[in-house]
Unconditional design. Structure first.
Length: 279
């Protein structure tokens, strides 16, 4: 599932406006209904970011893979519910009802699977918890960065990773000055963890200066990563991969400049190109 977004693309020394297909990202709140003695209990289990479609099989696989059910025959029904929301008119809540729930232990379930290095929302069990608490927009015109700085930042990030050269299987997030100088870098197997480590280091060491800084991340850019950067008031975020639809929408709402698909001589600006020197 995808949607068209207007993108300012830099390629071979020139900018052009193009339509780009972006993968849709939406949260799915998974709830579990089971019988405890004589009482039916409905429990919010988790939320996960997903591409909408085939949600019932997503839930079946999730419940089985996490061994919440030993056999998918223990699942009596799976049904979407709630209002259809957003520009894609999608139901983002789903309920799985179990017919054999004698051994269900919700506290154990949460303890075992809600912490996941690859998912920044897996510790939350309600869509309400995804509401961003930030109210102010980022600076709409500062800092200013050049095309050269954008293109070079992923290379600087990679060249300064201590673990990537050894394993090739680790993500990184880096804090840069607007002139391209690397200030700090953190690594982790999880993209969200790497960014959390970076923000923690920035704050404890008093390095935060949003008007002269940007953050570059390895991999693609999704809602959670954009949300984390927005909380620092840093208004430029760069990624090697593509952003999701929800990431673009969130960045646009807060005047963040979101840049992705950075390669040797090209990149895409998805939101607010005022902070990029296009001359």
């Amino acid at each position: 599932m995808n949607s068209k977004y207007k993108v300012l693309k830099f390629n071979s020394k020139k900018f052009e406006s193009i339509d780009d297909l972006i993968s849709i990202e939406e949260p799915l709140e998974i709830s579990l209904k089971y019988k405890d003695e004589d009482n039916w209990i409905t429990q919010n289990l988790s939320i996960t970011m997903r591409t909408p479609g085939d949600d019932e099989n997503l839930v079946r696989g999730f419940l089985f893979n996490e061994q919440i059910v030993q056999d998918i025959k223990d699942i009596d029904s799976i049904e979407s519910y709630g209002k259809k929301v957003g520009q894609y008119n999608i139901q983002n809540k789903i309920l799985a009802t179990l017919n054999n729930s004698q051994n269900v232990n919700i506290s154990k379930i949460k303890r075992d699977f809600l912490t996941n290095s690859s998912c920044g929302v897996c510790g939350k069990s309600s869509l309400d918890a995804l509401e961003i608490i930030k109210k102010d927009k980022t600076n709409s015109v500062e800092p200013q960065i050049s095309k050269e700085v954008i293109i070079e930042s992923p290379n600087i990030l990679k060249n300064n990773q201590s673990e990537f050269s050894k394993t090739g299987g680790i993500h990184a997030s880096g804090l840069f000055r607007s002139n391209g100088q690397l200030i700090d870098l953190k690594e982790d197997v999880g993209r969200h963890n790497a960014l959390d480590k970076l923000v923690g280091s920035i704050l404890i060491n008093g390095k935060l200066e949003p008007k002269d800084q940007f953050i570059t991340c390895s991999g693609r850019l999704n809602f959670e990563l954009v949300q984390k950067v927005l909380m620092t008031n840093i208004g430029i975020m760069i990624g090697v991969g593509a952003p999701t639809s929800l990431a673009i929408d969130l960045a646009n709402k807060f005047d963040m400049t979101l840049i992705g698909f950075v390669k040797r001589d090209s990149f895409n600006i998805y939101t607010n190109n005022k902070k990029v020197n296009v001359d």
